[in-house]
Ligand binder design. Structure first.
Ligand code: NAD
Ligand code: MN
Length: 507
């Protein structure tokens, strides 16, 4: 294997804003063996932000070997759990010290508003704190057996995990994946989205500064089709945790079957947002607005299919559209900005394609419907928050995930009917119900085919709440105590304590 030219052991993070970012393998900042790099951009301006080392298969191999070696021969998994917990808390503490810088880098690399980035970095920190606590009390079971047998389960880390993450929440998704995995004692190879590699690399550096031993966390930016694919196919990788689109998720599931890897998949969504006639109108309008436009609609659990009861439809839509028009697109660093940029021109074209297809199929746009001009950010990728009505269930924009600031609105008149229509999708990630009738809220919540139901809540998750999908939104849950089990194997230890030796064959 080719030696890298520069050995730069990560002992401290130093400046976060740099002109170049190396990948992290075995506790070192390193360049690709190919010496390839690529430009990463600020999507709000279209300008080049920095260059990043671009991993290829040889780099992925090095990263897997480093993770394998750390798992098989290293000390991390053997640490007393309290010590691992302290290191996770230390990661969180360093992130808190660098909070402003991390937010800045997330905004620069993703184009999201400073408000959105602040919430997400804060949650990334809380994830590490949450798993620092959760792992300490995470134990197996003791099972009473008849006939002089005693059984307990021993929880063991699953091994080397490839963690493939998308661009919409670059740092938060990295935290969702790294924190439970290393808490459990696993080693990881993180493959950030090519468009947004910086904050995942910074988390990796902070992990080392906090005391995570070399090789336990490795981060290799590069193409999903090359590096991601290599990791999924690798025999020394025990598990793949993936967040991204449903088609790639299906591909990963098929490929992982070759080595029977453990997999968790967090995929796309088309989440319903149901506003009943007995909803608190002000809360429903504000919450539905946040539900679709937060993070510029680039959220897997975006409430992108709105169902509004006939009897309140006109009032609701009038208020919803009025508030949509008030949302500010602007300098992502301005605290008054609500909506940041789209991640790329390619994604903007996808969004606009869906909107135009809806118009061609007979829908009506009440506001938005085109790329936005933002003064001072002419080179960036911006789209107007968009409300589409007069839609039918067979329209492409109603069936498929748009992943942008676009909501489609339908009317309904009856509870049973709206449940049926809400469930009429291949996805099952999020859902929201707006009603002041508690019995109805519970009744509907239990019939919605989705992993997450928000009742009168604009927010979908906090550390501690299980996050994941039904149907083609994937499987496995992140962010909660039970996620630890997806990074662990339960070993059943059965022992005999009777005084009479057993001789089942009787010979
Ligand atoms: P994507 O599926 O194209 O990419 C996700 C990641 O997978 C990236 O790191 C990419 O490089 C990598 N990848 C691409 N091809 C690969 C391959 N063949 N093998 C292995 N890895 C590969 O998705 P995206 O465009 O980056 O992100 C948007 C999508 O992610 C949306 O559809 C959205 O719904 C979904 N998403 C889901 C969740 C969730 O929690 N369920 C969260 C965020 C995003
Ligand atoms: Mn993609």
């Amino acid at each position: 294997m080719a030696e890298t030219t520069t050995k730069d052991v990560v002992t401290e993070v130093g400046t976060m804003k740099r002109s170049h970012y190396g990948m992290i393998i075995n506790g070192e900042r390193t360049e690709s063996v190919s010496e390839n790099k690529y430009d990463t951009h600020n999507p709000a301006t279209g300008e080049v932000l920095a260059t990043v080392a671009k991993a290829n298969e040889a780099d992925a191999e090095k990263a897997v070997q480093a993770a394998r070696n750390a798992f098989d021969h290293g000390k991390w998994r053997k640490y007393p759990v309290g010590k691992r917990s302290r290191v996770l808390n230390q990661i969180a503490a360093i992130m808190r010290e660098r909070f402003k810088d991390l937010v800045e880098m997330e905004v620069l690399n993703s184009g999201k508003s400073v408000g959105a980035a602040t919430v997400q970095i804060n949650q990334a920190i809380e994830d590490f704190e949450f798993y620092a606590g959760a792992i300490v009390g995470h134990r197996g079971t003791v099972n009473n057996m008849p006939y002089g047998f005693f059984n307990y389960t021993h929880k063991e880390p699953v091994g080397v995990c490839a963690q493939i993450i998308p661009w919409n929440y670059p740092m938060m998704m990295a935290a969702w994946k790294i924190a439970p995995a290393i808490a459990a004692g696993c080693s990881v190879v993180v493959k950030p989205a090519s468009l947004t590699p910086i904050t995942a690399l910074l988390i990796n550096e902070i992990c080392h500064e906090a005391g995570v031993p070399e090789g336990v966390v490795n981060t290799i930016p590069g193409s999903g089709a090359v590096v991601g694919d290599y990791l999924v196919d690798h025999e020394a990788v025990d598990k793949v945790a993936f967040t991204g689109s449903t088609p790639i998720g299906k591909d990963i599931m098929a490929k992982a079957s070759r080595t029977l890897k453990r997999i968790t998949l967090e995929l796309g969504g088309k989440s319903p947002n149901i506003v009943f006639d007995d909803a608190d109108m002000e809360a429903a309008v504000a919450g539905s607005l946040f539900g679709i436009y937060f993070n510029t609609g680039q959220s897997c659990e975006a409430r992108s299919r709105m169902f509004v009861h006939d009897s309140i439809y006109d009032t609701f839509i009038e208020q919803f559209v009025a508030k949509t028009k008030k949302l500010v697109l602007g300098d992502p660093f301005d605290k008054g900005t609500h909506i940041g940029s789209i991640i790329s021109q390619e994604q903007l074209d996808v969004i606009d394609g869906y909107v135009q297809s809806a118009v061609q199929e007979g829908a009506t746009i009440l506001t938005g419907g085109k790329a936005a001009e933002v003064e001072g950010f002419e080179g960036g990728y911006w789209y107007e928050p968009t409300v589409i009505v007069d839609v039918t269930p067979d329209m492409k924009a109603v069936k498929e995930e748009i992943f942008g600031p676009v909501v489609v609105v339908e009317r309904f008149s009856d509870e049973k009917e709206v449940i049926k229509r809400a469930n009429d999708t291949k996805y099952g990630l999020g859902s929201a119900i707006w009603t002041t009738n508690q019995a109805r809220a519970t009744r509907v919540a239990h019939q919605i085919q989705a992993g997450i139901v928000m009742v009168n809540s604009p927010f979908s998750a906090f550390p501690g709440t299980p996050f994941g999908g039904y149907k083609e939104s994937g499987f496995g849950r992140e962010l909660a105590v039970e996620s630890l089990d997806l990074y662990m194997e339960d070993k059943s230890v059965l022992s005999y304590y009777g005084s009479k030796p057993l001789n089942p064959f009787g010979v």
